[in-house]
Design a binder for this molecule. Structure first.
Ligand code: HEM
Length: 47
């Protein structure tokens, strides 16, 4: 279920704000199931 990390990377390629906005949306559960993880882990996985 969900998009592959490869397709997500392609979608957001060159988008400088992507890291921040994706982390914020995953934390809030905004348009995506809420991901329960530390800020550091979310940062790392999104990067
Ligand atoms: C470490 C856990 C997870 C991370 C980091 C993650 C991250 C992401 C990201 C970055 C996207 C792309 C959003 C976009 O295109 O703007 C995505 C899409 C999606 N994810 Fe996850 N996800 C995680 C876990 C899950 C889980 C557990 C589910 C389901 C129970 C899920 C379901 C989905 C679905 C359905 C989409 C497609 C949404 C769409 O295309 O509109 N994800 N995910």
């Amino acid at each position: 279920m969900g998009a592959s990390f490869k397709s997500i990377a392609a979608k957001y390629k060159g988008n400088k704000d992507a890291e921040k906005s994706i982390v914020a949306r995953l934390k809030a559960g905004d348009g995506h199931p809420k991901v329960e993880a530390s800020e550091a882990d979310l940062d790392a996985i999104v990067r």
